[in-house]
Design a protein. Structure first.
Length: 282
């Protein structure tokens, strides 16, 4: 009987040791934890959280916690309490660089800190929080440059296409840093409204034999202004399209294609490399 008891104790000890070792191995999956930051909010004052990168996701633990992005920027989150009955809750923010920020929020009539700069501990070389992140600065630069180009007088008149009293032309190319701005003009001299379905930019072979398949390389715009979906009779519209800078390879041409919605008045421009090389700085 004693022998059976001793054997049972040994089995239990071995099983316990195995489970302990298994749990220790399983625990290695948790490599680290993120300690939440304490945040006091009020219904009378707004707290600003300034991140070094654009905010892509926000999760609130309670609907009593009010959050919104600051107008005109993507890296500043404004936080406020809906009422003074706000219970302690949490707030999670994910930014475009893949980082997660965790906060524990509680209510206070007079928060001691209203502006929280979350970029002071960022590695050297990354955008500093409290200022616009680089992506936001780039976007603002593109918008301002496009507006300037839209007001400029045409540089070219002879790169154009015309069909059924609809004329489409490239009137200028400008460059700023790594962005090329294309000034385009569409004039409708007909009595029928022109509805735009698509505007395409692509590079294709200048000449090809019938036996050779043509390869098209699409170039996607980064920004556009003035690209209205319709141009009414006896009116014209100037658009500015921002594209990443590029040059056209030898024996190829850039095609700008304007396609009419449910219509046959499609227009095409072919732009050679010499025009791009003449782009004016702005």
């Amino acid at each position: 009987m004693k022998r059976i008891s001793v054997l049972s104790v040994m089995c239990v000890f071995m099983l316990t040791s195995w489970l302990s070792g298994y749990c220790q191995q399983d625990a290695t999956f948790i490599k680290s934890t993120i300690s939440p930051l304490r945040l006091t909010v009020s219904k009378f004052k707004t707290t600003n959280l300034i991140f070094p990168f654009s905010i892509i996701s926000v999760d609130r633990g309670s609907g009593q916690l009010l959050v919104q992005k600051a107008t005109g920027v993507q890296n500043i989150l404004q936080v406020k309490a809906a009422s003074d009955s706000l219970m302690e809750t949490n707030l999670t923010v994910v930014t475009s660089d893949g980082r997660l920020y965790s906060f524990v929020t509680s209510y206070g009539n007079e928060p001691s800190v209203l502006n929280v700069n979350l970029g002071t501990s960022m590695p050297e070389g990354e955008p500093f929080a409290g200022m616009l992140s680089k992506s936001i600065q780039d976007e603002a630069m593109i918008q301002n440059s496009a507006m300037r180009v839209s007001a400029l007088k045409p540089l070219f008149r002879h790169v154009s296409d015309r069909k059924h009293d609809i004329s489409f032309g490239m009137t200028g190319i400008y460059i700023h840093e790594d962005i090329c701005f294309w000034q385009l003009q569409l004039t409708n001299s007909s009595r029928i409204k022109y509805d735009v379905q698509q505007l395409r930019f692509f590079i294709k072979d200048l000449r090809r034999s019938k036996r050779t398949a043509s390869q098209e390389v699409e170039i996607l715009p980064t920004y556009a202004i003035g690209n209205k979906s319709s141009v009414y009779p006896n009116s014209s519209q100037t658009a500015v399209i921002a594209l990443p800078k590029f040059v056209i390879p030898e024996n190829k041409v850039l095609v700008i294609q304007l396609i009419e919605k449910s219509g046959g008045r499609n227009l095409t421009l072919e732009v050679k490399n010499k025009y791009i090389l003449q782009a004016r700085p702005i």
